[in-house]
Design a protein around this ligand. Sequence first.
Ligand code: NAD
Length: 338
Amino acid sequence: MDGRVTSLASRKSTAIAPSRRALVTGGSGFVGSHLCEKLLAAGHEVVCLDNLVTGHRSNVAHLAASPHFSMVIADVVDPVALDVDTIFNLACPASPIQYQKSPIDTLKTNVMGAANMLELARNKGARIFQASTSEVYGDALVHPQKETYWGNVNSFGPRACYDEGKRCAETLFYDYHHRFGVDIRIARIFNTYGPRMNREDGRVVSNFVVQALTNEPITIYGDGSQTRSFCYVDDLVSGITALMSRDDAPTSPVNLGNPAEFTVRELADLVVSLTGSRSPIIHLPLPLDDPRQRRPDISLARSCLDWAPRVQPIEGLVRTIAYFDSVLSGTDLKETAS
Ligand SMILES: NC(=O)c1ccc[n+]([C@@H]2O[C@H](COP(=O)([O-])OP(=O)(O)OC[C@H]3O[C@@H](n4cnc5c(N)ncnc54)[C@H](O)[C@@H]3O)[C@@H](O)[C@H]2O)c1
C-alpha cells in the first residue's frame, strides 16, 4: 500500500493521461471505498484522494495490489492538479457526530472542495459528480421529497455547516455548468448503510447493529417514531455510476435512495431479531434539528437512469451484520464486503 501512496507534489510531475482515469475524493470513506472498487472492476484507473479525517486506509487496502489504483493523501480544500477525465467528489464527513466536530472545516470542505474540483473538471474537460444529500431538504415539510422541493433548512444551527455547505456546493455546480459548460452530475443521497460504515460515527444502522451484537442497550433518540429510508451501499453505487455513465443523464440533482420507509423503532426491532440480541431498547433526547421524516421520491432516477434499489432491507441488514460481526471478532471481511 505504502508504495502506491503518492504525495501531490510528486504526482504533479507525472504526465499520465489515459482515458477513463477517475478521481474519487473521499475514496477511503464508506461510500467512496465501494465506488473505487466498482470503478476498478469496470476497468477504470482510479485515483483515491483523501485526507483520512473520517476515512481509513484499511477500507481500500484490498485495492492496493491493483496496478490501476493509487492513493493521494490530500485535502480538497487545497487546489489539485491531476490528470483525470472523470471526477467523483465525495469528500466530506457524512455523519452528524463527525461533521459537527469541526464545523468550519466541514463547510470549507463542501464549498472550497467543490470549487477546487470544479476548477479541475473545467481545466481537464472532465465530467464531475457531486455527492449531495437529502439534508438539503432539511426538516422537510413535504413527503416524499422530490427534487423540485426547495427544502426547509436552518442556516443557523449545528447541522447548517453540512446542510448549507452541500446546498452551496450544488449552487457552485449549477454556476460552473451554466457559465463554463462543465459537465456535471449531482446525486442527493439519502441514508445509506452497509459494510465499512464507521462503527463509531453514530449513524443509526451501525449504532444499532454494533449495540445489538455486543448486547449493549440500543439507543433510540426520541420516541423512535421518526422515519428514515435506508439504501444499501451497492444500490447507491450503481445509481452513482449510472448517473455518471449516461450522456443523457440529468445535470440537475437526482435523488438516490430507497423509498422503503421504516420508523427508527421498527429498525431497532428488526436488528434485534436478526442478531438474536439480548439488548434492551432505551430512549435518549432527540438532537436539535433532527428531521422527523425522510423518504426519497425516486421517480426521476427510475425514468432517467432506469435505476431503483434492488437489495431488500433484510438482505442488506444481514450483510451489514455479518460485516460488523467480523470487525468485532477481528476477522477481516473488507474484501468480501459486498
Ligand atoms: N452515507 C450516507 O448515508 C450519505 C448520505 C448523504 C450524503 N452522503 C455523502 O456521500 C459522501 C460520502 O459519505 P460517506 O458516508 O462515505 O462518509 P465518510 O465519512 O465515510 O467518507 C467521507 C470521506 O471523505 C474524506 N474527507 C473528508 N473531508 C475531506 C477533505 N477535506 N479532503 C479530502 N478528503 C476528505 C474522509 O476522510 C472520508 O474518507 C459524503 O460527501 C456525504 O456527504 C452520504
